[in-house]
Design a protein around this ligand. Structure first.
Ligand SMILES: O=P(O)(O)OC[C@H]1O[C@H](OP(=O)(O)OP(=O)(O)O)[C@H](O)[C@@H]1O
Ligand code: HPA
Ligand SMILES: [Mg+2]
Length: 179
């Protein structure tokens, strides 16, 4: 275990097992809809989860990435700036957004709204983690790996100060590191 980690919340085995479960559910749901999702990871946090879950989606999907950041300062909360956009038009696409965590929900709510405004047919979300206690806007992911308590976590894509994304598990960061 890394020295900045207080405890492991979700092990690598549990994550991989969950990706298989979620991937199977996503596969059967989209088959029932007779649709193939355009799978979009939000940079950078989604990268490890994206890499694992796509292996368990048994459909001829395409993948893409978007990078967004929220506006800071006086502008009303909720606006986002697109730093890297998708490679193609979303007109008529069924999009499956892949996230590492839903926290306040602001990022997802805005990305979803932006994609629908650009003509996407449908936007669903799969998130490895959900922190329901932190939610400030009304949004839920259709597919969630693990609901977790309100603790600062790192690993499997999640960072503290841009580090620790490469840890192969989800760990709680020691308070002394950020307090
Ligand atoms: O629900 P919210 O309160 O909006 O927070 C969740 C978002 O914040 C983090 O991303 P961040 O913008 O820090 O970028 P990163 O993915 O590059 O770490 C995380 O990866 C989610 O995308
Ligand atoms: O617990 C967290 N860790 C890292 N990044 C995050 N973004 C929202 N919540 C978290
Ligand atoms: Mg992110």
């Amino acid at each position: 275990m890394h020295e900045v980690v207080e405890k492991v919340l979700v092990s690598q085995d549990e994550i991989i097992h969950k990706c298989a479960e979620l991937g199977a559910k996503i596969t059967s749901d989209y088959k029932a809809l007779n649709e193939v999702p355009y799978v979009v990871g939000l940079l950078k946090g989604s990268v490890p989860f994206m890499a694992e879950i796509i292996k368990h989606i048994d459909l001829d999907i395409q993948i893409d990435f978007m990078d967004v950041s929220s506006y800071q300062g006086t502008k009303s909360v909720g606006d986002i700036r697109i730093d890297k956009d998708l490679d193609c038009s979303v007109q008529g696409l069924s999009i499956l957004l892949v996230e590492d965590i839903v926290d306040t929900g602001r990022t997802l709510k805005e990305v979803k709204r932006t994609l629908m405004n650009k003509g996407a047919k449908d936007v669903k979300v799969v998130s490895l983690l959900d922190k329901p206690d932190r939610r400030v806007v009304d949004i839920e992911a259709e597919y969630v790996g693990f609901a977790i308590p309100n603790e600062f976590v790192i690993g499997y894509g999640l960072d503290y100060d841009q580090k620790y994304r490469n840890l192969p598990y989800i760990g709680v960061l020691k308070r002394e590191i950020y307090e």
